[in-house]
Design a protein around this ligand. Structure first.
Ligand code: C2E
Ligand code: MG
Ligand code: MG
Ligand code: MG
Length: 280
């Protein structure tokens, strides 16, 4: 009997596994085309100064709608892209799209704020993000202070010289650097104080649990004072309610991002939003 149950479990697991593999292969195959045909769209979510609601930056986020697969979320396809060796192409693609937008705003003499690009840890070892950024800056004739790189906590905490090396060069060039999803990885505080970074982005999971969990409030307060002590900007991601916003503002979190203010929007919409700033 026990063996039979075991057999069933193995069969069930196998079917599930196969289904999952098929979807991954399909995504991988379609993703290659999606990059070439520009079916991958870059969306933009504003970052706000919580003291006066000025837009102080923008984060670039990929959106993909495939005619058969439907909407595929970046949480799913970025992992596949990393494993399939496609992530450097994606990183460069987003970088180019953002540089083109910055160039357009500059040429039209519109208000422009730094645009942040999420860069995978794999990009540092499979390419050189510093060289990739430099190439794009000269191609689009834009200044480095309009670009920002977001890397997750674990990527910068790995004892990996090439990551620090490339980030140090980027920072020296004037590109801004943020640690994304802060609080979910494994930080060494000693290392944190030595990194060439500008901001800490407090992970959305903390903001989500803020109202119900006193421990979470304590963690956020601790991260905010740490960030302040290290002379860094603090930004909270995933702010959805006024009470979350109020807590953050009262505890000196200077920047915020979330559906309460704006969802990620397409290029035309972000241009319109920035144009309103110039005229109003
Ligand atoms: P992330 O960089 O931490 O981005 C924040 C995520 O939170 C985004 O999800 C954003 O749409 C979502 N978000 C922002 N505000 C709110 C809110 O108030 N409520 C809720 N529920 N969600 C909010 P998204 O766009 O699905 O991206 C997920 C992750 O995929 C990103 O996390 C990032 O790690 C990765 N990703 C997205 N675009 C790129 C890209 O161009 N390159 C790379 N390497 N990774 C990307
Ligand atoms: Mg990010
Ligand atoms: Mg994040
Ligand atoms: Mg995230």
């Amino acid at each position: 009997h026990a063996i039979k149950t075991g057999e069933k479990r193995v069969q069930f697991y196998t079917a599930d596994f196969l289904h999952c593999m098929q979807r991954q292969l399909k995504i991988e195959h379609c993703l290659k085309q999606a990059i070439e045909t520009e079916e991958l769209k870059v969306y933009f979510q504003p970052k706000y100064n919580l003291a006066n609601y000025d837009i102080v930056g923008i984060e670039a986020l990929l959106r993909w709608h495939h005619h058969e697969l439907g909407v595929v979320s970046p949480d799913e396809f970025i992992k596949i892209a990393e494993n399939a060796g496609l992530i450097v192409n994606i990183g460069r693609y987003v970088l180019k799209k953002c540089a083109a937008l910055i160039n357009k705003l500059q040429v039209e003499k519109k208000v422009c704020v730094p645009i942040a690009i999420n860069i995978s840890g794999h990009h540092f070892s499979q390419s050189n993000i510093f060289q990739d950024v430099k190439a794009v800056l000269s191609l689009y004739q834009i200044s480095p202070q309009f670009l920002e790189i977001e890397v997750t906590e674990n990527v910068v905490m790995m004892d990996y010289d090439i990551v620090i090396d490339q980030l140090t060069h980027l920072k020296a060039l004037g590109v801004k650097i943020s640690i994304d999803d802060f609080g979910t990885g494994q930080s060494s505080l000693e290392r944190l104080s030595k990194l060439p970074i500008d901001s800490l982005k407090i992970d959305r999971s903390f903001i989500l649990n803020l109202s119900e969990q006193p421990q979470t409030q304590a963690i956020i307060k601790a991260v905010l004072s740490l960030s302040d002590a290290l002379g860094l900007n603090s930004i909270a991601e995933g702010i959805e309610t006024q009470s979350q916003e109020q807590f953050l503002r009262l505890n000196n979190c200077n920047l915020g991002q979330g559906f309460l203010f704006a969802k990620p929007i397409c290029e035309e919409e972000i241009i319109a939003l920035l144009n309103n700033l110039s005229s109003g």
